[in-house]
Design a protein around this ligand. Structure first.
Ligand code: ISL
Ligand code: CA
Length: 554
């Protein structure tokens, strides 16, 4: 099978609001991004995914779109976007946009029309239902807390919103909605963009009859019961046939609730749907047994290994993996599976990078991950902007499941705002992000943890990522090699091999700050060290705290 360009790519994700402000209003913007493209090229990533840049009232920071063909006022103008795209292409960087079409903003013209009357031509663009027993049509909960339904007095009916009440779900069963979406996608592709990251695309086909589901701890059924619905693949194939197949694109579906079996269809190498999906199984490996995502974390390395390894093995040759630790919805990986301690922060950041970047799939680097950025030390609920962690905190607090102090602790571990504090460019005031007041606080550790310092220093996390990216461009075994897990039950070591023909890699990662022993298989003794996070070799078969080593045998 011929290699696709995105199989050797490394993608860099930008959350525009927090990347670079150019006009001192404290909000990142498109000219800011344009001014930093050389940095991404220096890192070596070849593709940029921009979180939403479209017109939005910002209830969910751009994931609530009120005009799909216009730019968010705070971010700039269409001319700014065109300039960004042109400069990116001239530097050899591809641009992938976020496509948010499970829902729009309630301020989108379609919804304003839709809610105005039952016989408005746009009524059926959204999902309207009669109430039941004096309440909502069913027991579904929103991902952001509370019911997934809002009663609308004007027409005495409810509309569905799997996310915030300002994000009504589009009705994909209506063919006119699909026409609108496909036309809009084509319009952006005609401008020359290189692909789409598709927001919660696994939720677009709702289960027939919208039945009640099993209630969770907050009393509502999880929005995840809409995942991989009955017409999901039909819609994606139609999208592929009518739009995607006419271009050479990277497409990645954010697939909340996707199973491995489903992923084989979504991301099949036959190209009938998408290039790849973001799965969430490995993100759940540290969830609390009852409260799930919104609680302190419970590290379980054997489980994490089992999940990632299953995806590695089973998609091999059938579909394509995406690889990620971080994005704008996740706490920072160094704080999650690594160590924030001064002595170990960089070592653990490099170890985590090694573990992920030696796998099969397309790696995604979220802004600041290449520096080993960490969670923010939140001290009060009032500092939080993220509607998801706030909404879930409120539900749990109301049910007596979480005190305010526990809520703050939870935010430190879990809030999406940990990923959204401004990019740390330098040690100066506001980390070089803005000359004004940043919309979210800058992490105080920017004085020693920043891009300027790391770009200068050859043994920094930045340069380590640069090396990992360069290796992927160079070595087929990293792109295509078959994967095998060793020592599956070891509680602290993640060890695996990659094999392609006569060539193979042995990847050893210590997920702890204690020394670990591992007997190196005979065939790797004396093998070349491809990359390692300690400057000097240690004794064979001993892994020092947070150590990562990759052996290469030919
Ligand atoms: O990761 C999550 C669940 O484990 C959630 O944080 C996330 O909300 C969910 O995966 C959907 O995410 C996407 O759609 C949301 C938006 O808020 C997120 O930022 C986006 O990535 C609604 O558009
Ligand atoms: Ca700005």
């Amino acid at each position: 099978m011929e290699e696709k360009w995105w199989q050797r790519s490394v993608v860099y994700q930008i959350y525009p609001r927090s990347f670079q402000d150019s006009n001192g209003d404290g909000i990142g913007d498109l000219p800011g991004i344009t001014s930093r493209l050389e940095y991404i090229r220096e890192l070596g990533a070849d593709t940029i995914w921009l979180s939403p840049i479209y017109k939005s009232p910002n209830d969910d920071n751009g994931y609530d779109i009120s005009d799909y063909r216009d730019i968010m006022t705070e971010f700039g103008t269409m001319a700014d976007f065109d300039a960004l795209l042109e400069k990116a292409h001239s530097l050899g960087l591809r641009i992938v946009l976020d496509l948010v079409v499970n829902h729009s903003s309630d301020e989108h013209r379609w919804f304003v029309e839709s809610r105005s009357s039952k016989d408005n031509p746009y009524r059926d663009y959204y999902i309207w239902r009669e109430g039941k027993n004096g309440g909502a049509p069913n027991n579904w909960g929103s991902c952001f807390g509370g019911s997934a339904w809002v009663y609308d007095e004007k027409t005495d009916m409810y509309y569905l919103h799997l996310f915030s009440r300002k994000q009504p779900d589009l009705n994909w069963e209506n063919p006119t909605v699909r026409d609108e979406v496909f036309d809009m996608m084509d319009w952006w592709l005609q401008k020359g963009i290189d692909g789409f990251r598709m927001d919660v695309i696994s939720l677009i086909s709702k289960p027939a009859g919208l039945p009640d589901g099993e209630p969770g701890p907050n009393g509502y059924a999880s929005f995840q019961l809409c995942a991989n619905g009955p017409r999901e693949h039909e819609y994606l194939r139609e999208m592929n046939r009518r739009v995607l197949s006419k271009y050479d694109l990277l497409t990645v579906g954010e697939c909340a609730g996707v199973t491995l079996e489903e992923a084989k269809t979504y991301a099949n190498l036959d190209g009938s749907e998408l290039s790849m999906v973001f799965q969430f199984e490995h993100m759940g490996a540290d969830f609390h047994p009852v409260l799930g995502r919104y609680a302190e974390q419970h590290k379980n390395l054997p489980l994490l290994k089992e999940i990632l390894s299953r995806w590695q093995r089973e998609l091999d040759g059938v579909a394509w993996n995406s690889l990620y630790w971080d994005n704008h919805d996740q706490p920072r990986i160094v704080s999650r599976y690594g160590s924030e301690k001064e002595a170990y922060r960089e070592l653990s950041a490099k170890m985590l990078a090694t573990c992920l970047h030696m796998m099969q799939g397309t790696p995604y680097i979220y802004q600041g991950e290449e520096l080993g950025m960490t969670n923010y030390p939140w001290t009060s609920i009032g500092q939080i902007n993220d509607i998801e962690s706030l909404g879930n905190y409120r539900d749990f607090h109301a049910k007596g499941l979480m005190t305010e102090a526990e809520g703050v602790e939870m935010m430190r571990h879990r809030s999406r705002d940990n990923a959204r504090t401004p990019m740390q460019w330098d040690a100066g005031e506001n980390a070089g992000f803005t000359t004004g007041k940043p919309w979210l606080p800058v992490n105080p550790n920017h004085t020693f943890l920043n891009a300027a310092e790391q770009v200068k220093r050859p043994d920094s996390v930045f340069h380590y990522y640069q090396k990992l990216i360069a290796l992927r461009k160079e070595l087929d075994v990293i792109v295509h090699g078959h994967y095998a897990l060793l020592a599956p039950d070891h509680p602290d070591l993640f060890v695996y091999t990659r094999t392609l023909g006569d060539e193979s890699l042995l990847v050893l990662c210590n997920f702890s700050e204690t020394e670990q022993r591992f007997e190196i298989p005979a065939e790797y003794r004396g093998a070349e060290i491809l990359i390692a996070n300690y400057p000097e070799c240690g004794p064979l078969g001993v892994l020092r705290p947070w150590e990562a080593v990759v052996y290469r045998r030919r």
